[in-house]
Structures are given as structure tokens and as C-alpha cells.
Design a protein around this ligand. Structure first.
Ligand SMILES: Nc1ncnc2c1ncn2[C@@H]1O[C@H](COP(=O)(O)OP(=O)(O)O)[C@@H](O)[C@H]1O
Ligand SMILES: CC(=O)N[C@@H](CCC(=O)OP(=O)(O)O)C(=O)O
Length: 307
């Protein structure tokens, strides 16, 4: 054996040892989460690249394999935006929510329940999982009502009702239907579309949808995958643990804005309504889910009562 071959062999042995160590360190976490429901919100920004989508699919399959109940709720804001642009339909946002008229709701449903949902299902199934794609319409999974938003007019101080069109808020979640999947090898993948009481279609912010599902299932964790490290302070530093008071103050002073507002609102509501904890994590990092669940330090910004 040459010197180089000896070095290669040593390096290979060291690599195997590192892998074995990582696996043995993961064991207590696997035990902790066995049988627990983990709702994962997979944001449209986090879906960008094939390598990341592949590692996401792998992580979800591994979670199911080791006895957890992963439930995937996905977004697709950037993808809806691109389709609207191609069709020359203008789109605007209020507090991170897309104002949704009749044309927009048709496109949003087509993109979310169509290509995005089936793309995620296919990538999970390609790596050995058994995913099934759903939207809030299937089995009355999420019954929605119109979301009402008000804002004080700064001049008159009079409260105004904002018209968001077909933006919905989850009113009722069919948790029994989702619990059926806990007894099976099926991983549900859910598009954020809700069904109105008169058969209307509602566009639901995917964070809000994931939060409502996590609450209905009493999930142990709500993991929100996005395109930033987590919640950042005014200096751009990651805040690894957030309190409700701190989050409210940061929204009020503008440090938290745009799409981060519905995310934070969702996390606070979820931990106040039976979800163990919510974590905003960086979906741009490979195996972000495994890092959060199976390592001591976790990742991203944690909002909850107990680690
Ligand atoms: N304080 C903050 N910390 C981190 N991100 C923030 C903050 N305030 C606003 N944001 C914005 O929120 C975005 C994440 O929300 P969003 O674009 O809706 O993501 P997703 O598509 O993953 O749901 C970030 O890319 C960032 O631009
Ligand atoms: C009402 C509302 O804003 N709905 C969102 C639904 C998709 C979504 O939330 O996607 P991300 O998680 O990728 O942002 C939208 O139309 O963009």
C-alpha cells in the first residue's frame, strides 16, 4: 500500500467514525420525537434549488421512518408571483398577505394545488416516501372564512376595514382525517387553499395554514422553513430565542416586516394554543430539518415555552 493509499484509508475511517458519532448523538432526539407530530411549513423561497428540494424530501422520509408524524404544509408565494406576472395580472400585499381578487384566486389555486404540491409529493416519493398531496378542500380539511383586517386611518383615527378579497383564515380543521395518516406510512403534503362554507376557494397564507393545522393536531413542533437564518435583529444578527413581548416590539418598530409578520403571528398563536414550540429555520441550509431536530443546539429562532 502506498503512503497516499494509507492516508486515504485513514481519512475514510475518520469519516465513518464521524458518521457513527453523529448517528449515536441523534438517538436521544429520535426517542424524544418518536410518535410526535411535527408540522413543517415549506416556504416558496426555500424550494428554489433541486439539491435543497432533494435534501428536504430525504429529511421528511427519514423523520417518518424513525417514527415521527411529519405533516408538510407548503407555500409558493414567489411561484404565484411569477405566474401572475407572466399573465400580466398585478398583485399587491398588505402586511405580507396577497390581496386576492377573482382572477388571482384561480391562479393561486392552480399553482399551489397543482405544480407545487405535486412537485413536492413526487420528490418525497422519489426518495422512498409515500406522500399524498392535499389541499384544504380534500375531506373538508380546512374550512375557511374571509380574513378581516382593519387599520386606523392616521389622519382621521377612524378604523378602516381592508379589502383582501379571497384571503381566508382557517376556521375549522379536520384533524381526525389527518390523524389517519399517523397510523400509516403516508406523509400528507398540504397546499394552503381553504374551502368556504358556500363552496368558495380561499387563499390562505401558508404560515397561517401550517399554524392552524399544528394547533388542531396538538403538534410537538411547528417548523417554518424560510429564506433567512431566522428572525434577525436591527443589526442583522440572529435571535435564537424569541419572547412574545420582544416579537411584538420588533413588529411595532418595523424591525420585523413583510412576510415575517404572518410567520411571527403564527408562532405566537400556535404556542399559546397547544403547540409545543415553533421554530423559524433557514431552508437554504441542506438538511435544516435534521439539524433542528437531531442536534443539541438546533437552528434558527425558537419561540416556545420549553426546549
Ligand atoms: N426581522 C426580520 N428577520 C428576518 N427576516 C425578515 C425580518 N423582517 C422581514 N423579514 C423578511 O421576511 C422574509 C421571510 O418571509 P417570506 O418572504 O414570506 O418567506 P417564505 O416564502 O419563506 O414564507 C425574509 O426573506 C425577509 O425579507
Ligand atoms: C394570502 C396569501 O398571502 N397567500 C399566499 C399563499 C402562498 C404562501 O404563503 O407562500 P409562501 O409561504 O411561499 O410565502 C400567497 O398568495 O402568496
Amino acid at each position: 500500500m502506498t503512503e497516499q493509499e494509507k492516508l486515504d484509508k485513514q481519512e475514510q475511517k475518520a469519516r465513518y467514525l464521524r458518521k457513527a458519532k453523529t448517528l449515536s448523538e441523534a438517538l436521544p432526539y429520535m426517542r424524544r420525537y418518536a410518535g410526535q407530530t411535527i408540522v413543517i411549513k415549506y416556504g416558496g423561497h426555500a424550494m428554489g434549488d433541486d439539491d435543497l428540494s432533494h435534501s428536504f424530501a430525504h429529511d421528511v422520509v427519514l423523520m417518518k421512518q424513525v417514527g415521527m408524524n411529519p405533516v408538510v404544509v407548503h407555500g409558493g408565494g414567489p411561484q404565484i408571483g411569477r405566474m401572475l406576472e407572466a399573465l400580466q395580472i398585478k398583485s399587491s400585499f398588505i402586511d405580507g398577505l396577497r390581496v386576492t381578487d377573482k382572477d388571482t384566486i384561480g391562479i393561486a389555486e392552480m399553482v399551489l394545488s397543482g405544480s407545487i404540491n405535486k412537485g413536492i409529493v413526487a420528490s418525497i416519493n422519489n426518495v422512498g416516501g409515500q406522500a399524498v398531496g392535499l389541499s384544504g378542500k380534500d375531506s373538508n380539511l380546512v374550512i375557511a372564512e374571509p380574513l378581516r383586517r382593519t387599520r386606523k386611518d392616521p389622519d382621521s383615527n377612524i378604523e378602516q376595514v381592508l379589502d383582501l378579497g379571497f384571503v381566508g383564515y382557517p376556521k375549522k380543521v379536520n384533524a381526525d382525517f389527518l390523524r389517519m395518516f399517523e397510523e400509516s406510512s403516508v406523509i400528507p403534503v398540504i397546499a394552503p387553499i381553504g374551502l368556504g362554507e358556500n363552496g368558495e376557494t380561499y387563499n390562505i397564507n401558508a404560515d397561517t395554514m401550517a399554524g392552524a393545522i399544528a394547533e388542531a393536531l396538538g403538534a410537538t413542533r411547528l417548523l417554518l422553513l424560510t429564506d433567512v437564518e431566522g428572525v434577525l435583529d436591527a443589526n442583522g444578527e440572529l435571535i435564537s430565542e424569541m419572547t412574545e413581548e420582544k416579537a411584538r416590539a420588533m413588529i411595532a418598530d418595523g424591525t420585523i416586516s413583510g412576510g415575517m409578520i404572518p410567520k411571527i403571528d403564527t408562532c405566537i398563536h400556535a404556542v399559546d394554543h397547544g403547540v409545543g414550540a415553533a421554530v423559524i429555520i433557514d431552508g437554504r441550509v441542506k438538511h435544516a430539518l435534521l439539524l433542528e431536530l437531531f442536534t443539541e443546539h438546533g437552528a434558527g429562532s425558537f419561540i416556545g415555552h420549553a426546549k
